[in-house]
Design a protein around this ligand. Structure first.
Ligand code: GDP
Ligand code: MG
Length: 318
């Protein structure tokens, strides 16, 4: 089931004319941590996708719908491509495939700070069968001298493919407009894919779970975040000015992790809850009352039934 996040898009002030609208789907690809989610947030001018310095933060693909007077571009933020180790990673790779199949263009992000890695070659392999136009975005140019960008650009041409190269800092926002402009040149004229007021294909409920998971990624150390899943048990929107009431459970894989997530005297859980609440409030522009529980569910990453409840279906499209 697809939920709609009904919000007025900040950029959509003029009613869209179906006849001359430039419109299309664009898959955002790259190995973990190159800045795909940061790009999505930058292009939308609003935080939707969760971001952390740890790889594999993003698990499912999420549509971010960019809109202006002449175009609607649906960007699919995807999990980073990697070698699958369990059902969850199988699902994550599958999401990338689905995003590619339905897209007219692909953005292949690279991290100029790190240079080319084996995983970038893996992504390039995936892209070989792609029929649409590919743009290669050299991201994080803010973090290196210009010579370094030049060097990586040369390597891309020599080792990966002869694609259009664009320089960008998703974090600082530079080069992001240029990406949109390039896409507007090549996407077809066709009717809008989503209603004008939609910003994403996810519901506030889904996005809230993601924002809680993001805080787990940001605040918990080492391997623990990878074993974390968040399910929203209750999402109740009462009339304003009453707050939105959210109850959620953070699932971990081991008993020992439960203690870490809760922390001494509940301090850690409080910190996760209070930061997540702040993030959700910013998104919904309302007061939020957030209650969190922690439960142990051994090996949930291998449990297909539970993965489905989370919306991760290893077998097919969501
Ligand atoms: P993803 O795994 O590809 O979605 O990557 P994220 O968007 O989660 O970003 C991974 C890390 O790289 C985060 O710490 C971001 O702040 C950082 N990052 C993303 N884009 C840039 C950029 O343009 N410059 C710099 N310096 N850091 C960036
Ligand atoms: Mg991501």
């Amino acid at each position: 089931m697809v939920f709609r996040c009904i919000r007025v898009h900040p950029g959509a002030s003029v009613a869209l004319m179906a006849s001359d609208l430039i419109c299309g789907s664009v898959a955002v690809l790259g190995r973990p941590n190159v800045g795909k989610s940061t790009f999505l947030n930058a292009v939308l001018g609003q935080k939707l996708a969760i971001v952390s310095p740890k790889p594999q933060t993003t698990r499912g693909s999420m549509a971010g719908i960019y809109q202006d007077e002449r175009s609607q571009i649906v960007f699919y933020d995807t999990p980073g491509i990697h070698n699958p180790k369990n059902k969850l990673s199988q699902y994550m790779n599958r999401q990338v495939q689905d995003a590619l199949e339905g897209s007219e263009a692909a953005l292949f992000l690279l991290d100029v700070k790190e240079g080319l890695t084996e995983e970038d070659h893996l992504v390039a392999e995936w892209l070989k069968g792609f029929k649409g136009r590919i743009f290669c975005l050299l991201n994080k140019v803010d973090a290196v001298p210009a010579g370094r960008v030049q060097e990586v650009a040369g390597k891309v041409k020599a080792e990966l493919g002869d694609w259009t190269l664009l320089r960008m800092s998703a974090l600082k926002g530079s080069g992001v407009r240029e990406v949109v402009r390039e896409l507007q040149k090549i996407l077809p004229q066709q009717p809008a894919l989503f209603p004008e007021e939609d910003l994403t294909d996810k519901s506030l409920r889904d996005l809230s779970a993601e924002l809680i998971r993001e805080q787990c990624f940001l605040q918990l150390r080492q391997e623990i975040p990878y074993g974390v899943a968040v399910l929203i048990d209750k999402f109740e929107e009462k009339k304003e000015p009453q707050p939105i009431v959210i109850q959620a459970t953070i699932y971990v894989e081991k008993d020992s992790q439960k203690g870490v997530v809760i922390g001494a005297g509940g301090k850690q859980l409080k910190a996760i809850g209070s930061s997540a609440r702040g993030q959700i409030e910013r998104l919904v522009e309302r007061k939020v009352f957030l209650e969190l529980w922690v439960k142990v569910l051994k090996n949930w990453r291998k449990d297909e039934g539970f993965l489905k409840r989370l919306g991760y279906d290893p077998g097919g499209k969501k």
